[in-house]
Each structure stands twice: as C-alpha cells, then as structure tokens.
Design a protein around this ligand. Structure first.
Ligand SMILES: Nc1ncnc2c1ncn2[C@@H]1O[C@H](COP(=O)(O)OP(=O)(O)O)[C@@H](O)[C@H]1O
Ligand SMILES: [Mg+2]
Length: 268
C-alpha cells in the first residue's frame, strides 16, 4: 500500500510538529507527540486510532479551538488564524441551539460573519435544499431525530463555505441505519463539492469508505503511525457502504488498517 505525503506548497492544511501536554491536577498528560499531517486541497483525510490517543485534541488544535504546546497549523502555507468560517467543525454531539429553529441554527455562522439578511436567507435556503432539510426549516432541534439534527449541524458547518471541514466522530452517536445514510450523504457531498476534509472516526469501515487517505495514530501520546492511500477509482466507490464492505479490495484495506490499530490497542 502506498503512503502519500502532502507537505510543502501543495498542502491546504499543514499540521507541523504538533505536540500537546495538558497540565492536570493529577499531573501532565502527554496527549500528542510531534504530529505531522498535511492535507491537500480537496482531499478527504480520515484519522483513526485507539480511544484516548489524542484524535480530538489534534482536531481541536487544527480547528484553532485549542493551542498546541509546540508546533503549528498552516493553511495555504501561512500560520492559520483563529477558529472561524475558514475551518468549521462538526462534533459528535450535535451542539445545536435548542431555542432556535433549523434555519436560525444554520444561519448562525453567517450572522457571526456579518453576512446581510437577504444573502443569509438565500444561502440558508440553498443549504437546506442541498441537505434535504427544506421541510424542517422552522422546526426546533428537539422535534428532530438525531440523524436530522446532525444533518443540521453539517449544514451549519457548510453554509459558511469553509475552506476546510473538520468532523470529529460526527456519526458516533447515531443508530446504525441513520449512520449509513449519512455516510453515503457525506460521500456524495465530498464528491460533488470536493471539500477538504479532516474526519475522525473509530469505524475502520467508515474510514475506508469515505477517505482518500486514512491516517492511523499510535496510542497516547498520539503520533502519526501510518498513512494509507485509498484509491479514488476503486470500483466500490460507486456502491453503497453495505455493498462496498463486501468487496475484496475494501475488505483488504479494512484488514490492513484494523491490524495497525489493534497493535496500538494491545500496546497501551
Ligand atoms: N482538556 C483536557 N484536559 C486534560 N486532559 C485532556 C483534555 N482533553 C483531552 N485530554 C486527555 O488527552 C488524551 C487524548 O484525548 P482525546 O484527544 O480526547 O482522545 P481521542 O479523541 O483520541 O479519544 C486523553 O488522555 C484525555 O484524557
Ligand atoms: Mg475523541
């Protein structure tokens, strides 16, 4: 299996030498150790690794929501600015505003960015259609299923047209059927819109299905252990995840990645 590197001028986002130590009352927690990861424009990179290895920490740092202890985040070769519309995040828990409607929730980032009312309305309507949420525009989050709420969270992250989309186990809290539907939806989104995505999951199947490249992290302190390219032109790309997961090429990749993670779990 080939390993790809995207460092240098071709990288959209470059995570360089990022380490993180948390000072806690119980002592220092060394969460990340000199992580290097570069993501090309339009590339869908999936990060997997044992629980507690620092995946979420890496994403929070990439998003600008947490400061690294050492190292830096570059976007287009320049130090990344603070969190904001350039890099938006979808978390496992939908984190919608409970007292706002679907449309108001989606408009949030546009309001913060100072987009005027008419343009906001236009963009929200377009995003609702794209995510097949139009009929729920005036609903409140508690009236929606978990899957619908997560669609809203994705719409809210996309409506600002981020340069980079960061997703931290976005389907982790969903039931299996809803998860399958949203996995296929995200695969469609990334094909049609060519987003640059950093996506975290603990599902190896999801990683192979969605990723152009799967990055395996070591157990804590998290390091980048191995990068595995997933062929874009694999035949199973056109199948739904159920069918894809029984294709020999898919199974082979899954096995290879799972073996790497297993080694790290055993090592803990
Ligand atoms: N804010 C924090 N303060 C102290 N320790 C933290 C904090 N966030 C994460 N950690 C610790 O850092 C390690 C990595 O956590 P995390 O990034 O959430 O892992 P993962 O997402 O891979 O499960 C864990 O040991 C966790 O307890
Ligand atoms: Mg996590």
């Amino acid at each position: 299996m080939t390993t790809t590197k995207a460092h240098g001028p071709t990288a959209k986002m470059d995570i360089r030498g990022v380490s993180k130590t948390f000072d806690t009352r119980a002592g220092a927690v060394h969460a990340l150790d000199r992580c290097d990861l570069a993501i090309r424009e339009g590339e869908f990179v999936v990060v997997v690794g044992p629980s507690g290895c620092g995946k979420s920490t890496l994403m929070m740092i990439a998003a600008g929501l947490e400061a690294p202890s050492t190292g830096q985040i570059l976007v287009d070769g320049k130090p990344a600015g603070p969190a904001g519309p350039q890099r938006t995040v979808v978390f496992q828990r939908f984190a919608l505003f409970p007292s706002e409607t679907v449309a108001q929730n989606i408009a949030f980032g546009l309001r913060v960015a100072g987009v005027d009312r008419a343009e906001r309305a236009r963009r929200v309507t377009e995003q609702l259609e794209f995510m097949r949420l139009s009929q729920f525009r005036d609903a409140y989050p508690h009236e929606l299923s978990g899957g619908m709420q997560q669609r809203v969270a994705i719409a809210r992250a996309l409506v600002v047209r981020p340069e980079i989309l960061l997703m931290d186990e976005p389907f982790g809290a969903l039931d299996a059927q809803t998860r399958t539907v949203l996995q296929e939806e995200v695969a469609r989104l990334s094909r049609e819109m060519n987003y640059t995505v950093m996506f975290i999951t603990h599902s190896v199947e999801e990683a192979v299905y969605l990723g152009d490249r799967v990055v395996v992290m070591s157990s804590r302190p998290g390091r980048i252990k191995k990068e595995i390219a997933i062929p874009r032109d694999a035949g199973w790309r056109r199948l739904d995840i159920e069918e894809a997961s029984s294709e020999p090429g898919f199974i082979e990749l899954k096995r290879e990645i799972w073996a790497l993670i297993r080694t790290e779990i055993v090592r803990q």
